[in-house]
Write a protein that binds this ligand. Structure first.
Ligand code: FAD
Length: 321
């Protein structure tokens, strides 16, 4: 197959892959996305998603998060109906005393809460207005921009080795999330399963999201216009993708303790995804084949893949310079 120096193949069609594809296209690359799964079957599709770096330990995260905040805020203000991104006010709450992470205190509207402002059962927290992302809409939006604005393509195709795309492009971006564990292979990646329930919106306009680094049951209510995403769970080393009815009932019950109106809201969907967790996000440049093919690794974002997506993608694409 012929290769041209400005050809890039991005492996992975989740939020990391599509955002990296757009950053490459912006810098003049002709971009093809190869993805093993339909968008609806990715972890990204399952995400809540709120701007809130979570389950990722990396000193670069707060810079990437700040950059992503700016991008998402712009998308919300420009055309939120189309992008699925909305700026929503709400509370981040903790069951014990907790220090807000760096990324939170830098949000312009950040304010530490007084105890009476918090829902029952929570003892500390803060309020701010942050991007909430309706992932089914947002993934479709990113893909549309890639195809319609930049002439990129998205193809359903599973690869077994990175040499496959490397034979067809001079730059390969590896954005395979949990798939990188076998593909690279990278045993440092481990799964953290998350489950959530989508219900019709009984009139909720503010989010409430529990902040915890350790709890496997996290409670959150994220309103997206007509629906509310209720969460959630964080189960280490659990891979199964079928919704678990008992888990879903537990999620609804916990959310109803905060907002009783969701108890009788119509359940519209269950979503399950596997967070690709790693001690450190793999955002780096490598070479392949000894023939100048560049590989940009961009995976291992844990529970923060949406919150740091733009910062990470710009960082790895910047490594081409
Ligand atoms: C329930 C839940 C809630 C979450 N909530 C939030 C939130 O509120 N905020 C937030 O920031 N993050 C959240 N996350 C985390 C976020 O979803 C992930 O960090 C992010 O989606 C990872 O994106 P990705 O593109 O790297 O991986 P994925 O979305 O998994 O995409 C990987 C892509 O690679 C492709 N692929 C894999 N292997 C191969 C192969 N061999 N060949 C070809 N293609 C391959 C797949 O088909 C897929 O297209 C949540 C996650 C879950 C599960």
């Amino acid at each position: 197959m012929n290769r041209r120096s400005r050809d890039a193949i991005v492996v992975g069609g989740g939020v990391s892959g599509l955002t990296t594809a757009l950053c490459l296209a912006e810098t003049g690359y002709s971009v093809r996305v190869w993805a093993a799964d339909q968008a609806t079957d990715t972890t990204s599709y399952a995400a809540g998603a709120i701007y809130s770096p979570f389950l990722v330990d990396d000193d670069r995260t707060s810079t990437w998060a700040e950059q992503t905040f700016v991008e998402l805020e712009t998308l919300a203000h420009d055309r939120d109906q189309e992008t699925g991104v909305t700026m929503v006010p709400g509370l981040q709450v903790c069951r014990g005393p907790a220090q807000p992470p760096d990324g939170a205190t830098k949000v312009p509207s950040f304010r530490q809460c007084e105890r009476p402002e918090l829902p029952a059962g929570f003892v500390s927290g803060w309020s701010y207005t942050v991007p909430l992302v309706d992932m089914p809409l947002y993934l479709r939006y990113l893909q549309n921009v890639l195809v319609e604005k930049y002439g990129g393509t998205v193809e359903q195709r599973r690869i077994s080795t990175l040499e496959e795309p490397a034979s067809a492009a001079s730059v390969v971006a590896n954005c395979t999330g949990m798939g990188a564990r076998e593909l690279v292979p990278d045993p440092a990646l481990h799964p953290i399963r998350g489950e959530l329930v989508v219900v019709s919106n009984p009139g909720i306009t503010r989010f409430v999201a529990e902040h915890s680094k350790t709890d496997r049951e996290l409670t959150y209510l994220l309103p997206h216009r007509d629906v509310v995403v209720l969460g959630g769970t964080a189960d280490e080393e659990r891979w199964d993708l079928a919704p678990d009815e008992a888990v879903a009932e537990g999620i609804i019950a916990r959310c109803a303790e905060i907002e009783p109106s969701v108890r009788d809201a119509k359940v519209l969907a269950h979503r399950v995804g596997i967070r690709p967790a790693r001690d450190r996000v793999r955002a780096e440049r490598a070479s392949l084949n000894g023939d100048g093919t560049v590989v940009l690794h961009n995976y291992g974002h844990g529970g923060s893949g949406v919150s740091i997506s733009w910062g990470c993608a710009r960082y790895v694409v910047g490594l081409l310079d």
